[in-house]
Ligand binder design. Structure first.
Ligand code: SF4
Ligand code: SF4
Length: 292
């Protein structure tokens, strides 16, 4: 990883090569009467975090599967195919589907990237470091007139104004998984197809993930208290954060969720039965991280 996050930036990059701290000031203001209003939403490339998806699906009164199929497209976040999702646009119309004449139709639930703009966030984890480092920087695009406005505001106050603190806090474990996988490089090996599907399920498809946490397969393995189970059934944010903990456990062996004593025995027995029933079944011969 380069020492500076700005190394190798192309000359025409809108990203300003100055690392900002929380108490640094920026000159920026966006408002409805500005000449460029809506310009930034007319050609987008917006990746969504788990909490972005939860907020948007609630705002639109959709379940996760409906939201994902109607408004997103999958993409690969790294060369191992770690799945990400972006807001769906088309070649003919690269505008955000939530853009209306009078602005953003999902403003209260707008994604993290929209909240941060014109700030950018770069999270890094150096190899063998237990903690993440955040670098902020300014993005100056020609069409954006917000940089000519008089107001100066600190990075910290801008984050508060835009409500990103809550989003970052809820997504913290999930971001750490991505950083950890990146910084670990090839040492943890390429995740199996099944692990990648599981990552998608835990990260984005919350309704299906909740059904999984209510399944016999799940309760056979994980030893949750009745209160914890109740929370997963009723609290969407708790479910999202549990999904990230489960991923950390499955992918990196960070054991924070209790496992039942006889879980391994039952699992091995079931595998044997599966192999006997169908020796060619790839799930029966699966050797990757354990999840069910
Ligand atoms: S979600 Fe709203 S703010 Fe973000 S790009 Fe779409 S219209 Fe713009
Ligand atoms: S000031 Fe920048 S962020 Fe605000 S509407 Fe204009 S282009 Fe978009």
């Amino acid at each position: 990883m380069p020492d500076s996050p700005f190394e190798n930036l192309p000359h025409n990059s809108p990203l300003q090569p100055v690392k900002l701290e929380l108490d640094d000031n920026i000159q920026f203001r966006c408002h409805k009467d500005i000449g460029c209003f809506n310009e930034c939403c007319k050609k987008i490339d917006i990746s969504l975090t788990p909490y972005d998806i939860l907020c948007l699906q609630r705002q639109l009164d959709l379940n996760s599967s409906q939201f994902l199929s109607e408004y997103t497209v999958p993409f690969e976040m790294d060369k191992d195919g770690l799945p990400g999702v972006k807001i769906k646009t088309t070649a003919e119309n690269p505008a955000c589907p939530f853009l209306q004449k009078d602005g953003c139709s999902v403003y209260e639930a707008r994604p993290t990237v929209c909240r941060y703009y014109a700030l950018g966030l770069m999270s890094m984890r150096k190899e063998n470091s237990p903690t993440d480092e955040n670098a902020y920087f300014l993005v100056k695009e020609e069409h954006c007139l917000g940089h000519n406005e008089e107001r100066t505001i600190s990075v910290s106050d801008y984050r508060e104004e835009q409500g990103v603190d809550k989003y970052d806090e809820i997504n913290r474990d999930w971001r750490q998984i991505i950083l950890k996988k990146r910084s670990a490089g090839p040492t943890i090996g390429k995740p199996s197809e099944r692990s990648l599907k599981f990552f998608f399920l835990c990260s984005y498809n919350f309704d299906s993930f909740r059904i999984f946490t209510q399944s016999e397969n799940f309760s056979e393995v994980y030893d949750l208290t009745p209160e914890e189970i109740e929370k997963l059934n009723t609290d969407d944010v708790a479910l999202l954060q549990f999904g990230s903990r489960l991923l950390k456990q499955v992918l990196f062996g960070e054991m924070t969720i209790a496992i039942k004593d006889d879980a391994m025995l039952k699992r091995v027995q079931r595998r044997r039965e599966q192999i006997q029933a169908d020796p060619d079944d790839p799930n029966a011969n699966y050797n990757g991280p354990e999840m069910v």
